[in-house]
Design a binder for this molecule. Structure first.
Ligand code: G6P
Length: 614
């Protein structure tokens, strides 16, 4: 989704802004732009559709000088992904420059009003109404800062806006409306930065403050003033963010996605560290703050998320029911918010969002909050929008994930949810200490099991060589592995652009079977679990219609080879943990197919790492 960077200080702004934008590339974008301001009270704007390289080429031919500026990577919502619609956007006379993340919900009304007044619009964006609105107030003699404040009060929807003005070239104004699109302020040495997220400014500062919805910040090279939504000055806490250069660098890996897939054993250890002990009775989820009474009273767990996080929610429902013994449901966040859900006061609402920024998930959380329901959110970062809405946050501790396709954040969300289910199960006496210790002991073996799967990557390259030109794939699973079939199909679509469908295997006869022929690879998740025989029946049905079957099967399954075309082995593992192990082959299939097809693995077309608009 859109990325924002701004700088005011003592150094040339252009290279700092370009560097910041390149660190925001992982969010996903389709055009980019920069404005550099100088002491002569003018500014130069560069904008280009496509990748950052296009923008860099423009800046190489005529390097703008100036000690301040703003930059943006745009993920189109209103108006085509072209140069005219790229940010920064300006006002009628080119005095202002604005970058923006979000959707101005009332932009049509504002545009009409401003056009009637004589403002000239150039783009199809909602963003362009912002500089014109500020210009409108400045035309009355209102100062830049106050005009920005007045405009913020009129803009509807969840927005993050950063604006600069020719008259005061060292000043940056940033504000937020509504509950999406993060803005953080970075404190440098005689320089200040503003950004949509942390990687953009690491290297210049490790000290930041977060802007909350309704707040506004005015940055100068040596100072920053904050105001609340009523315009009153406020003080903000400073937070220290540690550098994580190892995660930021790709190291020897060709892509971040592969690096992050391979980091999973370590990431899972980090997720579990200090949380669980396999000694009977010794058990803590130290960052969870629910009393025994709260836990015993839970009448229903409602889980929600989007994309890969939704698949984590689907899987967690099974754990909540079977390990914790609590009636549970899941819903896609964008559906939940509009379905008038029936939740009683003892419901527990669990949202999963690695970014903690996904607009639909935040909106679902707000919906649950209106009903006064106790809320836990799972995020990969601290100080997220989601943590501010939820009563408590469980950090999944996956470390920075740069690849747009979620991999280690998925498995770390899963282990955290699994640990939570065990914790609730023990407290509610659905399982006893001994049973919990057994589950935890196996959970601790997960990094090693995943390591075994990761050690055997040659076979995925071979599969990619054989089937990379297939136009359709089917992923089938049952029980615990049904959400993993959905995740396998999603991953393949996301990074390799091959059409794929995920189904519960039992559903195959009710439609998908008509797609099967000898050109259709079917990935069957068939570990030796309680539904093994049922899965084998489905595999036989697919084989007898000519399908190419790639089975993800247990190490101890000695018969599978004769029944399918290819076998990917996973270690023998309990039914309830098998989906976490089986998710690794899903990631590796999509990665190697995408590489073979020459796709942009880390930044797939049209996708964004965090989707901050509805
Ligand atoms: C986007 C990403 C997906 C991710 C989903 C939810 O669509 O491309 O990979 O699963 O958002 O993101 P979240 O940050 O809420 O987990």
């Amino acid at each position: 989704m859109c990325g924002i960077i701004g700088y005011t200080g003592q150094s040339e702004a252009l290279p700092i802004l370009l560097e910041g934008l390149s660190r925001l590339e992982y969010r996903g974008y389709d055009s980019a732009g920069i404005s550099v301001f100088n002491k002569n009270k003018t500014h130069t704007t560069y904008r280009a559709a496509g990748k950052l390289n296009e923008l860099k080429k423009l800046t190489e031919t005529s390097k703008a000088t100036g000690l301040s500026g703003i930059g943006h990577t745009r993920w189109a919502t209103h108006g085509e992904a072209n140069t005219i619609n790229a940010h920064p956007q300006s006002d009628t006379y080119g005095n202002l420059s604005v970058v923006h993340n979000g959707i101005v919900e009332n932009y049509l009304d504002l545009k009409q009003e401003l056009t009637n007044e004589g403002h000239l619009f150039n783009s199809d964006t909602d963003t362009e109404t912002i500089p014109h609105l500020i210009e409108h107030y400045m035309n009355d003699g209102t100062g830049f800062e106050e005009a920005a404040e007045k405009s913020a009060a009129r803009i509807k929807g969840a927005n993050a806006v950063v604006v600069m003005c020719n008259d005061q070239p060292d000043k940056i104004v940033a504000f937020r409306t509504g509950n999406a699109g993060g803005v953080l302020i970075g404190y440098g040495d005689n320089e200040m930065l503003v950004a949509s997220d942390i990687p953009a400014i690491l290297g210049y500062t490790n000290t930041i403050s977060h802007l909350l919805p309704g707040e506004l910040a005015v940055l100068h090279p040596n100072s920053v003033q904050f105001k609340d939504q009523d315009g009153n000055p406020i003080k903000k806490e400073k937070t220290f963010v540690p550098n994580d250069p190892i995660s930021i660098a790709k190291g020897d890996y060709r892509h971040f996605m592969l690096k992050e897939i391979c980091e999973q054993p370590d990431a899972i250890i980090a997720s579990l560290m200090g949380r669980l002990s396999s000694e009977e009775g010794l058990f803590s989820l130290e960052d969870l703050n629910l009393t025994a009474d709260d836990i015993n009273k839970i009448s229903k767990v409602t889980l929600t998320g989007m994309g890969t996080s939704l698949h984590a929610a689907m899987l967690a429902r099974l754990w909540m029911e079977r390990i914790a013994g609590i009636p549970s449901e899941w819903d896609n966040s964008s559906e939940f918010r509009y379905r008038e859900p029936l939740l009683d006061e003892n419901s527990l609402f669990i949202s999963i969002s690695q970014s903690g920024e996904t607009a639909d998930t935040l909106a679902a959380m707000e919906e649950a909050k209106k009903k006064n329901i106790s809320q836990i959110t799972l995020c990969n970062y601290s100080n997220t929008q989601a943590s501010r809405i939820a009563d408590q946050t469980l950090q999944i501790r996956a470390g920075l994930e740069i690849g747009v396709a979620a991999t280690k954040t998925f498995t770390c969300s899963l282990v955290t949810l699994y640990a939570l289910a065990i914790y609730l199960g023990v407290q509610r006496e659905k399982i006893n200490g001994k049973e919990a210790a057994k589950l935890i002991e196996e959970l601790f073996r997960l990094p090693e099991m995943i390591g075994t799967v990761l050690a055997n990557q040659g076979q995925y390259e071979e599969l990619a060589t054989l089937y990379h030109s297939s136009s359709d794939f089917l992923f089938l699973g049952r029980g615990y592995n049904y959400p993993i079939a959905l995740e396998g199909a999603l991953k393949l679509k996301e990074v390799s652009y091959i059409h794929a469908e995920g189904y519960p295997a039992g559903e195959m006869k009710h439609g998908p079977i008509s797609l099967i022929d000898e050109s259709m690879p079917v990935v069957a998740l068939v570990p030796k679990d309680e539904l093994y025989e049922k899965m084998m029946n489905t595999i036989n049905e697919a084989k007898s219609r000519g399908a190419i079957v790639i089975a993800v099967a247990s190490e101890s399954d000695t018969e599978i080879e004769q029944k399918v075309d290819h076998v990917i082995r996973i270690p023998d593992v309990s039914d309830s943990l098998s989906p976490i192990v089986a998710s690794i082959p899903m990631q590796l299939i999509s990665y190697y197919f995408a590489v073979r097809r020459g796709c942009d693995v880390d930044q797939p077309r049209n996708l964004a790492k965090s989707v901050t608009v509805e």
